[in-house]
Design a protein around this ligand. Structure first.
Ligand SMILES: [Zn+2]
Length: 207
């Protein structure tokens, strides 16, 4: 291949990603920075194998909100449960498309948590189903008006003491490896379920 051909091939490979996400430089091992308006910014450590994060959590007292993280991928990639739990929502609506909601806990502190998976191409679980950490619950997609046209998972986490957690929380606070340490799901690992922790909601490369 001539250098010009190689350049064109490289650009062709990058173009869909750059167009779709604005400034995501690579498809794995990268995380965007927090917007200035977010007061609690967490130092995020991304494993090289983890699909990149194109947008971080943003929760302010004004209208500037993105109460989850966006994980990029290809349409049809498996979306997996971030922790053991049971499905408390599996439906489609116009804004966020296909979504799955999973309730976890209560943990040792009596708190329940909810994780939400949006813009799914397809849902693979139904309300009432029990799920285990790492179980496939849907396919990554672009559904919903806010799906942005580029395949990504919008992943939310809510914490609360009541029957169902309702406080939006930054997912980076709850990784199994510690705050800010994005944790790939490893089927060979035994997770401590007495404390609520999550693993990455999509599969990491090579695992
Ligand atoms: Zn999002």
């Amino acid at each position: 291949m001539k250098p010009t051909q190689r350049l064109i091939a490289t650009l062709a490979g990058l173009a869909p990603l750059l167009l779709a996400s604005g400034c995501v430089p690579q498809d794995h091992g990268w995380a965007s920075v927090y917007k200035p308006a977010q007061s609690m910014k967490i130092r995020v450590l991304m494993p090289a194998e983890a699909p990149s994060i194109s947008q971080q959590f943003l929760f302010t007292t004004n209208d500037a909100k993105h109460i989850g993280i966006d994980v990029i991928g290809k349409a049809g990639d498996p979306v997996i449960a971030a922790a053991d739990g049971h499905v408390t929502g599996s439906f489609s609506e116009p804004a966020y498309g296909n979504r799955v909601e999973i309730t976890h806990g209560p943990d040792a502190n009596g708190k329940r948590s909810v994780t939400v998976y949006k813009h799914l191409q397809q849902r693979l679980v139904n309300t009432g189903d029990g799920v285990v950490r790492g179980q496939q619950v849907g396919l990554l997609g672009t559904t919903g008006m806010l799906g942005g046209g580029h395949p990504h998972l919008h992943f939310e986490l809510f914490r609360g003491a009541g029957a169902v957690g309702k406080t939006p929380s930054d997912p980076h606070l709850y990784w199994a490896n510690g705050i800010g340490q994005v944790t790939c799901f490893d089927p060979a690992r035994i997770y401590d379920n007495t404390v609520f922790t999550i693993t990455y909601p999509v599969r990491c490369r090579g695992i």
